[in-house]
Design a protein. Sequence first.
Length: 127
Amino acid sequence: MKYIGYNSDIINYLTGDLTLLNAIIKNFKKHLVDGEPAISIMFELGYTEADVMLTFTDIFKSSFEAIPVEGEYEVDSCKFYHIGSKVYFSLDPDETPDGVDGISADDNDYILSGRVEGYIFEQNAED
């Protein structure tokens, strides 16, 4: 496991070196970190032998009403922004011309949080 950053660092990393497009959700977990609500999502990347885990803390809002079925939720598109002091992430974003940039009321499966951390798990990697 390798720590790959938080907030803007992880957002830039996942829009530069790696991408979540075509990834599959391996695990989705709502839990507590230091007594506060958190959401962790493990993605199996579609183009490499690596998994990426994102852990969102300081949750302001989340629209995940049901936990995605592991192995059946493929990421076709996503939004991942650092807006002011908050992080916005949507796995089912509004892709209309009015909703493609920024937060849209028609985005689904989203998380608005104060912090996100990222980790990469690479096959055959030595710790």
